[in-house]
Design a protein. Structure first.
Length: 481
């Protein structure tokens, strides 16, 4: 081998070692960077026998692991939204042993009635029983309002997710173009692909996607439900936000909106939507399904209370059609207008001091013009019987017959069971996500292996440098002859 050929071989070796050292350093420095793909240097022997030639930089990721991890991310996000909602509802309704739960409020009212039966002549006990009834109505009002607050928060969440989804689709499309141009120019696309992977990761949590690789490094995105999110151009997801979500708001009545996909309506049902599986449709499920179910349960509880005390056998002083102890904004119950009753539930003005009423009517009757016998507890006992009687549960709550306290306990137990189940689903999804992340990390940068490679490259660099040094000495010797 000539000295010039040996020199070219050594120089190519030094160049390779320098580039490889830089790649290894980048790999180690970005071992924990989200979206970073391990870089390796593509090499081949020079056809003229002049050392090695660099083909380019190769970025490695496992597409199967990546897809599985994205699926786990979406599942965790979806289950987290459901678990968070039900946890907050559990806090709103409370557990039976919570001092301020709905169940405890019903029990307290029943306890105060029992106290009043033993001393119907005691104004203090009558006042306490009436105040307890008012507190119960107020607690149900507040619970219903709090559920509507959760629906409004879901509406805001949907708006933000749709905006972000559209932004991500546009950004991925722009990166597709940049990657294609960079590849054609013969430059490394790895940093751009890293950035695109991070964006698709975020997008896939909102709407789970399947990534399909195209020419020149571009990708197309399809939702796992079959919608084309990005091909030749990004899809446009539309949503119209309303300023206030009330108990009367729904897609069916035209007072709430679903999604549009490139200008056409698309289902938001969690079981059939083309965009199902991620946090976006999970937010719709809260707004349109689970929160509405809870609202209906509270309306059913309010209806049960109203009907218990509207029974004609409970208070003979009331006229036909007059409201009972609990009212619908001061009116008797309209069985065809139960929606939103939980927010309209009020104590009868005739007995409520805050509305100009008198607490002695708890003992003498809502329709009584004057006080009767202060020692007569018969009406209060009838009110107790109304509380303790078993009635068929409203359809929105379920089946079976319950006393007033039994129904409240059942609702609390139902919500608690649902919250526990949702939390278990979230925990399982978290384990799956953690496992997928661990597998992906294990397939990523191996710092120990990179350091070992770096030591080998240092030896190669030193060897090639020694060759050049030897050639230099030989050339000097020849020139001195």
């Amino acid at each position: 081998m000539s000295l010039s050929a040996a020199s070219r071989n050594a120089i190519s070796g030094l160049t390779m070692a320098s580039l490889t050292t830089r790649l290894i350093s980048d790999n180690i420095a970005n071992a924990l960077t989200p979206g970073y793909g391990v870089r390796t240097l593509g090499l081949t022997s020079d056809h003229d026998g002049n050392g090695v030639r660099v083909l380019g930089i190769t970025r490695f990721t496992d597409p199967v692991l990546l897809a599985n991890r994205r699926e786990a991310d979406a599942a965790y996000g979806k289950n987290s939204i459901a678990a968070t909602f039900l946890s907050r509802v559990e806090g709103i309704v409370g557990l039976p042993d919570d001092a301020f739960s709905l169940s405890a409020r019903v029990t307290q009212f029943q306890t105060e009635l029992l106290e009043a039966t033993s001393r119907p002549d005691s104004g203090i006990r009558l006042d306490q029983a009436v105040q307890s009834a008012a507190d119960l109505a107020t607690a149900i009002n507040k619970a219903a309002r709090d559920v509507q607050t959760l629906r409004n928060e879901a509406e805001i969440d949907i708006t933000q997710q749709v905006d972000r989804l559209n932004e991500l689709l546009v950004q991925v499309d722009e990166l597709n173009v940049q990657i294609s141009k960079t590849a054609i120019a013969g430059k490394s696309t790895a940093p751009l692909v890293d950035r695109r992977q991070v964006l698709i990761d975020e997008l896939s949590a909102i709407v789970p996607v399947r990534e399909v690789r195209r020419d020149d490094g571009q990708v197309s995105l399809y939702s796992t439900g079959g919608a084309i999110l990005l091909d030749t151009q990004p899809a446009e997801i539309g949503f119209t936000r309303v300023n206030l979500v009330s108990e009367f708001s729904s897609i069916d009545t035209g007072t709430l909106y679903g999604l549009t996909f490139n200008g056409r309506d698309i289902a938001t049902d969690p079981d059939s939507s083309n965009l199902r599986g991620g946090t976006l449709i999970a937010a719709f499920e809260v707004r349109d399904v689970t929160a509405v179910e809870m609202q209906n349960r509270l309306d059913g509880m309010a209806r049960d209370l109203v009907e218990r005390f509207e029974d004609a056998s409970v208070d003979a002083t009331r006229g036909a059609g007059d409201p009972g102890l609990f009212t619908d904004n001061g009116n008797a119950l309209d069985p065809l207008d139960v929606l939103g009753l939980a927010q309209r539930l009020e104590l009868n003005a005739a007995i409520d001091p805050d509305q100009g009423g008198e607490t002695w009517r708890l003992r003498d009757g809502l329709g009584a013009a004057t006080q009767g016998s202060v020692g007569d507890a018969s009406l209060i006992i009838d009110l107790m019987d109304a509380m303790e009687s078993y009635r068929t549960a409203p359809t929105a709550i379920g089946t079976g017959s319950y006393s007033a306290t039994g129904l409240a306990d059942y609702i609390s137990s139902l919500v608690s069971t649902e919250a526990t189940s949702a939390e278990a689903d979230q925990s399982y999804a978290a384990i799956q996500q953690s496992e997928m992340i661990s597998l992906e990390d294990a397939d990523g940068v191996d710092s120990d292996a990179e350091l070992q490679s770096l030591m080998i490259i240092e030896q190669l660099y030193a060897a090639n440098a020694q060759v050049l040094q030897t050639i230099d000495l030989m050339m000097q010797t020849l020139l001195e002859i």
